[in-house]
Write a protein that binds this ligand. Structure first.
Ligand SMILES: Cc1ncc(COP(=O)(O)O)c(C=O)c1O
Length: 399
């Protein structure tokens, strides 16, 4: 068909594939409980919607600068100063079409063929593919449940080399909810600083969705040297229930930001003008709706984790952030029911979808076999129903 070699390097996003299969089943009238979605089930807060409506009424519907409007860049700088004690000016910020686009652009401007990007697993599904698309080599470092799915300085030291261009840190993490402490980040920073070519991409999109009073720290807070080497990607998608608006942002070294801005000027042009105005309202407006969402997530998390841990053969660490549970289902490997034989997380996810109509994403998709990812960004009623069904489905699996 004449497609490029480049596009042949990547595969479709497995998380989007699970949610679209679940949606298709629902359209057919099947009562599917979906734990697949990576987005808050809440509506975008009213004051944010009104800012967008106002933007339309005011005719703010034309091209903006490709790197985003100054007003939003300033709101982003205020956010970093207020929440993180980090000082950026507008030359250090670019607005993109979502956090995914922000990472994509960084991979494009930082990686040459042969350059390596260290990606701790379990990882957000899109990192390796975006690295591959840019011609780089993903170096996946598998973390252990025993270490809370966090990268240790020893593991990082072993993976780093002169070829390392990027180290990805995603805290709190999708899919495990693991969130690093300042001490842990300092230890990682000390290792990275031994390698002058290595940059950190710190994906902080779940910064605000944290539990049990966890205090978020960015690796950029761990000293002046690592601050200079860190590029933060972030956005409004998860914090403000704005996944469809497609606004993300990147903050870091001015030369890198300039390169990303140039790339956008020759690819997407500006993120949607109206959505940029909405993002200004999100960042500068009342933060109460975020607190309300986080409270609801915490209640669902508590229920989900204790229910999972009460299931035969299932164990699940308590996530400190994001809205995912990552239960260990290794005990079901090798078991079966009727024609189903479970040899991987993919098999288990397919079995649960067909047999008890529950959509979950296999851990394998995140680079970790023997686990499932369940998003608890859905109503408590759905969570209860879905977990009952999972228990029923697992109960049928025998040696
Ligand atoms: C870890 C992580 N980073 C970035 C993103 C991208 O978010 P968006 O492109 O919707 O802003 C996601 C979305 O699922 C994510 O889980």
């Amino acid at each position: 068909m004449g497609l490029s070699e480049r596009i042949g390097r990547i595969k479709p996003s497995p998380t989007l594939a699970v949610s679209s299969k679940a949606k298709a089943m629902k359209v057919k009238g099947i009562d599917v409980v979906s734990f697949g979605a990576g987005e808050p089930d809440f509506d975008t807060p009213q004051h944010i919607k009104e800012a967008a409506i106002q933007a339309i009424q005011n005719g703010f519907t034309k091209y903006t600068p490709a790197s985003g409007i100054d007003e939003l860049k300033e709101a982003v700088c205020e956010k970093f100063a207020r929440d993180n004690g980090l000082t950026f000016d507008k030359s250090h910020v670019v607005i993109s079409c979502g956090g995914k686009h922000a990472f994509y652009n960084l991979a494009q401007v930082l990686l040459d063929p042969g350059d390596e990007a260290i990606i701790p697993a379990p990882y957000w599904v899109s990192y390796p593919d975006m690295v591959l698309l840019a011609g780089g080599n993903p170096v996946v470092v598998e973390t252990d449940e025993a270490n809370g799915f966090k990268l240790t300085p020893e593991q990082l030291d072993e993976a780093l080399s002169d070829k390392t261009k990027i180290v990805v840190i995603n805290s709190p993490s999708n899919p495990t909810g693991a969130a690093y402490t300042r001490e842990e980040l300092e230890a990682l920073a000390n290792v990275i600083l031994k390698y002058p070519n290595a940059h950190v991409i710190s994906d902080e999109i779940y910064e605000k969705i944290v539990y049990d009073g966890y205090t978020f720290t960015s690796i950029a807070n761990c000293g002046e040297e690592i601050f200079k080497r860190t590029i933060i990607i972030h956005g409004v998608s998860k914090t403000y229930a704005m996944t469809g608006w497609r606004i993300g942002f990147t903050a870091g070294d001015a030369a890198i930001i300039k390169a990303v801005s140039m790339l956008q000027s020759q690819s997407t042009s500006n993120p949607t003008s109206i959505a940029q105005k909405a993002a200004v309202a999100a960042l500068r407006g009342p933060q109460g709706p975020v607190d309300d969402m986080v409270r609801a997530f915490q209640e669902r998390r508590d229920f989900t984790i204790s229910r999972l841990n009460a299931m035969e053969g299932v164990s699940c660490l308590t996530p400190h952030g994001a809205f995912y549970a990552f239960p260990n289902i290794n005990a079901y490997m090798g078991k079966g029911y009727k024609d189903y034989k479970i040899t991987s997380g993919y098999d288990l996810a397919a079995y649960l979808l067909d047999e008890v109509n529950v959509a979950a994403v296999p851990g394998d998709a995140f680079g970790k076999a023997g686990y499932l990812r369940l998003s608890f960004a859905t109503s408590m009623d759905e969570i209860k129903k879905g977990l009952d069904r999972i228990e029923e489905g697992l109960g049928k699996l025998k040696e």
